[in-house]
Design a protein around this ligand. Structure first.
Ligand code: ZN
Length: 301
C-alpha cells in the first residue's frame, strides 16, 4: 500500500500535500536563516569596570566589508584578524557608570548594510585611597609647565598607531621578585593635595636599582629618554594602539626605533624624576587611554 491510497478523497490528498509543502518551506526558511547568521559579535565582558580593556570581536567566515563600530561616542579601531575583526576598547577612569550601546555595522557578502548592537554595562570599579609625600625638591618638578613638557613628548608617540600587531601572546611582568606599592586607579593625595587617579601600577623590588626591567611584550621602542617628571622613560609600541610605558628608570639600555623582544632588558629600576623611592611605574595605553596593566599581564584580555 502506498501513501496515495491513504487519501480517500482528492481534497484530503491536496490538504496533506499542502501541509507537507508548508513544512518543507518552513524548514528551508529556518535553515537559510541559520546559514545566514554567519556573523557573530563577541565581547569579552558584558559588564566591565572603569579602567579596564574590553575586547570586541566580530567573527565571520563570510566576506564582509565596510566594518565600522562605535562605543561611548567614539569610533572603534577594528583590525582584521584571522577569523574576523577585533577591537580593544579602553574604558576611561572618567566614564560614567551605566549601560551603553556598542554598535558594529558592515556590508554583507550580498552588499546589504547590516548592524549589530549590544548593551555594555560600565561598572564604577573599586579604587583605594593613597596618601604619600614626595620631597619638596621633587615636587617642584611636578609643577604644570614641567609636566606639560613631558606630556608633549609622550603624547606625540602615543597618538601614532602602527596597524600591525607586534606583540605575541600574553604580556609578562616587567620585573622579577616584585611587590606592588601602588595599584592602578588609586586616588592619590600627594603632600596633602588631591591629585587624581594613578594611571599605572607601581612595582617595588628588594634588589632596588639592580632590578632588571623587561619589555612586557615585543614591539618597537618609540621613546627612550630623560624627562623631568617621569625620569628615565621608555615607551614601547606593541602595535594596533597598544603601548607600554616605563618611568623613573635609573638606566635605559634601548633607543628609539629599536625592535625589542618580549622579556628583553630595557633598563634598571630607579627613582629618577618626581619619585619618592626606588620603584617602576608601568603604564599601559590603549588608543592613548591609560588602562589597568595587570589585566594584560594576567592574560585577562
Ligand atoms: Zn606610578
Amino acid at each position: 500500500m502506498n501513501k496515495v491510497t491513504l487519501c480517500s478523497r482528492v481534497v484530503k490528498c491536496d490538504i496533506i500535500y499542502a501541509v507537507k509543502r508548508i513544512a518543507t518551506l518552513l524548514f528551508l526558511v529556518i535553515l537559510a536563516s541559520a546559514v545566514a547568521a554567519e556573523v557573530d559579535l563577541n565581547v569579552s565582558y558584558p559588564a566591565i569596570s572603569r579602567g579596564r580593556t574590553l575586547t570586541v570581536k566580530l567573527i565571520t567566515d563570510e566576506k564582509i566589508s565596510e566594518v565600522k563600530g562605535e562605543f561611548l561616542s567614539k569610533p572603534l579601531y577594528l583590525y582584521d584578524v584571522n577569523d574576523g575583526y577585533r577591537a580593544y576598547i579602553p574604558i576611561p577612569l572618567t566614564a560614567s557608570p551605566g549601560y551603553y550601546p556598542l554598535s558594529i555595522s558592515y556590508q554583507d557578502a550580498d552588499g546589504n548594510d547590516q548592524e549589530i548592537t549590544k548593551q555594555i554595562k560600565i561598572k564604577p570599579g573599586v579604587f583605594r585611597l593613597a596618601s604619600f609625600s614626595v620631597p619638596v625638591t621633587k615636587t617642584k618638578l611636578m609643577k604644570r609647565p614641567k609636566v606639560m613638557d613631558d606630556w608633549v613628548h609622550i603624547e606625540k608617540v602615543l597618538v601614532k598607531e602602527n596597524p600591525h600587531q607586534l606583540w605575541e601572546g600574553t604580556f609578562i611582568y616587567p620585573l622579577k621578585n616584585y611587590y606592588i606599592t601602588l595599584p592602578f586607579g588609586a586616588r592619590e593625595t600627594v603632600n596633602g593635595q588631591k591629585r587624581g587617579q594613578h594611571r599605572g601600577v607601581d612595582f617595588g623590588s628588594e634588589l632596588k636599582e639592580k632590578t632588571d626591567i623587561f619589555a612586557v611584550n615585543s614591539g618597537e621602542v618609540v621613546l627612550a629618554r630623560w624627562l623631568d617628571v617621569f625620569g628615565g622613560t621608555v615607551v614601547i609600541d606593541h602595535g594596533q594602539g597598544v603601548h607600554s610605558l616605563y618611568y623613573h628608570l635609573s638606566k635605559v639600555f634601548v633607543e628609539p626605533e629599536q625592535i625589542v623582544e618580549k622579556g628583553a632588558i630595557i633598563g634598571k629600576m630607579g627613582t629618577t624624576g618626581a619619585s619618592n623611592g626606588i620603584h617602576l611605574h608601568l603604564g599601559l595605553s590603549v588608543h592613548n587611554v591609560r588602562v589597568e596593566p595587570l589585566q594584560w599581564l594576567k592574560g585577562q584580555i
